[in-house]
Structure formats: structure tokens, C-alpha cells
Ligand binder design. Structure first.
Ligand code: FES
Length: 108
């Protein structure tokens, strides 16, 4: 799989997720310290969407459903490390964010 257009860079907000769907995969994007981060919009606990979560200044967020805490980096769950949200590689071209949904990291 290769990079595909996902969202406009101008639509991303620090501290919030913005949803997009690419090739049938529900994704959520945010920008932190100038870097675009993309996670699957599906909590690894019960598969419910995470896009309504508020992202803290340290890059962590709590799933809005049962409060499990995650890190943006690697989608690692701080509450129960066995749960990990898939993350995807992104790149920016002009005002466009591209994502490669074929190479999402998967929990161990
Ligand atoms: S669905 Fe996210 S913590 Fe339960």
C-alpha cells in the first residue's frame, strides 16, 4: 500500500482529534509539536471510537468510553500495556496530509 490523501493540514488541531476515512479504515489525526500523528479511530479495548478524546499537553489521552489512558506515540496503552491502538505513518505535502494505511503498527 502507498500513501494516500487523507485530510488537509489546516483541519488538524492540537489537543483534538480530527476524523477521516481512508480505504475503509476509520482514522483520527492530530498535530503535536509540529508532527502529524495518525491512529486508528478504534480503541483497542472494545473497538469504540476515540476521536472525542481530549489530548493532554504531554501527548496522552483517555478513551472517552472507559477511561483507559493512551499515549499518542505508538498508541501505547498506559493503563494496560497489552492494549495498543494501531498507528499509521503520515507525511505532509503542501497543505495535504497523506497516510499509508497498509503499514499500521499492530499491538504485540
Ligand atoms: S473502549 Fe476504550 S477504554 Fe473501553
Amino acid at each position: 500500500m502507498s500513501f494516500q490523501s487523507a485530510i488537509r493540514l489546516a483541519d488538524l488541531k492540537s489537543g483534538r482529534f480530527t476524523k477521516a476515512e481512508v480505504s475503509g479504515v476509520d482514522l483520527c489525526f492530530t498535530i503535536r509539536k509540529g508532527t502529524v500523528v495518525c491512529l486508528e479511530n478504534s480503541c483497542s479495548h472494545m473497538g469504540l471510537p476515540i476521536d472525542r478524546a481530549e489530548i493532554e499537553s504531554d501527548g496522552s489521552f483517555e478513551c472517552p468510553w472507559h477511561g483507559f489512558a493512551f499515549k499518542l506515540e505508538g498508541g501505547i496503552c498506559k493503563t494496560y500495556p497489552v492494549y495498543k491502538i494501531r498507528t499509521f505513518e503520515t507525511k505532509v505535502e503542501g497543505d495535504e496530509v497523506l497516510v499509508d494505511v497498509g503499514e499500521g503498527s499492530q499491538g504485540d
